[in-house]
Write a protein that binds this ligand. Structure first.
Ligand code: 2DT
Ligand code: MG
Length: 209
């Protein structure tokens, strides 16, 4: 492959239901790749530290009510406001790991009953992840983990619907991993998979090629 492809950073996305271990595992992967000498940035979506992110945070904490389509578009806009920085980082050789991305955007809104195809449209053209690590945990197991139940969406019945939607949108770039295992074993499985990825040209999400 060309030097440009060889030297670019990878975009690695963690997806999964609430409390599936995304934050812990994305942090552990970052540390492992840093140890290998790579440049790595760890992001999360929604990014609650922007003006749009502040509105999203109010919505998630139930201080604000918004129409389902309106909040869907805000989540997407919260990704688009960071895209130029994301592309710059990838092109300059930094691997970017994100805790959630457009797949959460689609799965959570479609679980409310919005049409799946409508939900995908605002995120068409975002950088396509080199890999999506999907941490699979039953909603019932997630509910037993600490901190579940405080924010909007953290209800077992709704989580089951979100899981169904995630399974509708997965593709060949997804690696589905059983998250109901010891933290260290889970990390090793993820790390091995990431190390096995081949470097390819950066593609765009949900565009016909
Ligand atoms: P965290 O608990 O991971 O901060 O997520 N969500 C997230 C959406 O509905 N749409 C999106 O585009 C994204 C990125 C998932 C907070 C909640 O926000 C949901 C859980
Ligand atoms: Mg949460």
């Amino acid at each position: 492959s060309s030097p440009l492809i060889e030297n670019r950073g990878q975009l690695i996305v963690f997806e999964g239901l609430d409390k599936s271990g995304k934050s812990t595992q994305s942090q552990k992967l970052k540390e492992a790749l840093l140890k290998d000498g790579q440049f790595v940035d760890l992001w999360s979506f929604p990014d609650r530290n922007t003006k749009l992110g502040d509105v999203i945070d109010s919505y998630l904490n139930k201080r604000l009510e918004l129409d389902d389509r309106s909040i869907h578009l805000l989540f997407s806009a919260n990704r688009w406001e960071k895209v130029s920085k994301l592309i710059k980082l990838l092109e300059s050789g930094t691997t970017v790991i994100t805790d959630r991305y457009a797949f959460s955007g689609v799965a959570y809104s479609a679980a409310k009953g919005l049409p799946l195809e409508w939900c995908k449209q605002p995120d068409v053209g975002l950088p396509k992840p080199d890999c999506v690590i999907f941490l699979q945990l039953s909603p019932e197991a997630g509910a037993k983990r600490n901190g579940f139940g405080e924010e909007r969406y953290e209800k077992t019945q709704f989580q089951n619907k979100v899981l169904e939607q995630f399974m509708q949108i997965k593709d060949e770039s997804w690696k589905i991993i059983n998250a109901d295992q010891n933290m260290e074993d889970l990390h090793q499985e993820i790390y091995k998979h990431i190390k096995s990825l081949k470097k390819e040209e950066l593609k765009r999400l949900w565009e016909k090629d």
